[in-house]
Ligand binder design. Structure first.
Ligand code: ZN
Length: 366
């Protein structure tokens, strides 16, 4: 099957020519004749999404996952990590069990192992997480949760009791550890990155504030070439100038995350994030006290936002495709390559998603 596109984004470079797909795999790139419009890019990989289209993954059932996967495909996402905020251990456990029972491929974006955001985070920077559910870092609790189903990624605060030991433990188990919701000073952050933590979670949000002689987690993450920097580029969580700063400091280590909640794709109203009530108004999701509670941005909008502050197309798309795939050590995701999985989004001239293929299957067409 030919996609009829004018070009594709291959290894970070625009390659003129059409793309073909056979049996779920990319079978041709740079083919002539090219179509007149359309850019085929790797499907987006969202490593932090709590929900979408009325579905909160923490309480979703199989039908909910199916609905959410279709909604994500409409925004060009082809793979996502359902993300669970701090919750009672039984509730997180049930959500992980549900994930383990999903049978066969979802109709839209494919689900990746879970991202546990908490409960091992700082009471000083819990953000919208319910502080009642926070725990000291515990390898026993973490192992018990991981035993229930697929968990691939944990956001934790390294400076809390047991934090560094938990970083080492999870890294040794092959999980991706990201640091966030944290009051870490530079030495705490450095110690955790030296022990294998790979990323910072929604940089500058829910962490010790950067200061000249106290750069904290954000300062250390930005200064280290081995650390991935995840960011919510909705211009609510980060000012435009801050995003420009990230472009120059993080560059090809920058990872766009949606951190979307169930309200994403819907309108203003009252929604939930775990057991917290969230009010969405004018693109901002907040608790009653005004605390930001996730976002309602879709990844494709975040890519356009990044371009709007001066990022090149290649870097902006890379921040939602090849870089998160590298963060996850998933060489099968985030790139268009001959013989690779045909996870593809097609963008028009305004960088709007017009079509999404997941494993070569048409998951969305405008
Ligand atoms: Zn968070």
């Amino acid at each position: 099957m030919r996609l009829g596109v004018a070009a594709s984004l291959v290894e970070g470079t625009v390659l003129p020519g059409d793309v073909s797909v056979e049996e779920g795999l990319v079978s041709g790139l740079g083919l002539s004749p090219a179509g007149s419009t359309g850019l085929a890019i790797p499907g987006f990989v969202d490593v932090q999404v709590n929900g979408v289209a009325g579905v909160d993954f923490l309480s979703a059932d199989t039908a909910g996952y199916a609905r959410a996967s279709e909604a994500l495909a409409r925004t060009g996402v082809t793979a996502f990590q359902p993300t669970f905020v701090s919750s009672p251990v039984e509730v997180a456990g049930e959500a992980i069990v549900t994930l383990s029972t999903l049978d066969g491929p979802l109709p839209g974006a494919q689900v990746l192992p879970a991202h546990l955001e908490g409960p091992f985070i700082s009471p000083l920077h819990h953000g919208a997480h319910n502080p009642r559910h926070l725990l000291a870092a515990s390898t026993e609790v973490a192992d018990a949760l991981c035993a229930l189903g697929p968990v691939g990624y944990v956001t934790l605060a390294p400076e809390i009791e047991g934090g560094l030991a938990l970083v080492e433990h999870l890294v040794a188990r092959g999980l991706v550890v990201s640091l966030g919701h944290s009051d870490a000073r530079a030495d705490d952050a450095t110690a955790a990155f030296d022990r294998g933590a790979r990323a910072v979670t929604h940089v500058f949000n829910a962490m010790r504030a950067w200061a000249p002689r106290d750069p904290g987690l954000a300062g250390v993450a930005l200064s280290r070439p081995d650390v991935f920097v995840t960011a919510i580029v909705d211009f609510v969580h980060l000012a435009r100038e801050t995003v420009r700063l990230l472009l120059t400091t993080a560059g090809d280590r920058l990872v766009l995350i949606s951190d979307a909640i169930e309200a994403a794709g819907l309108g203003d109203g009252t929604y939930h994030l775990g057991d917290r009530e969230v009010v969405v108004r004018a693109g901002e999701a907040r608790l009653a006290d005004g605390t930001l509670a996730g976002s309602v941005v879709a990844i494709d909008q975040a890519v356009r936002n990044l371009v709007s502050v001066g990022a090149g197309l290649e870097l902006a798309v890379g921040a939602a495709t090849r870089v998160p795939a590298r963060l996850l050590r998933r060489s099968d995701l985030g790139e268009l390559r001959m013989g690779g999985r045909a996870d593809i989004a097609v963008l028009d001239g305004s960088l709007e998603v017009t079509r999404t293929l997941v494993g070569g299957r048409e998951a969305y067409a405008a």
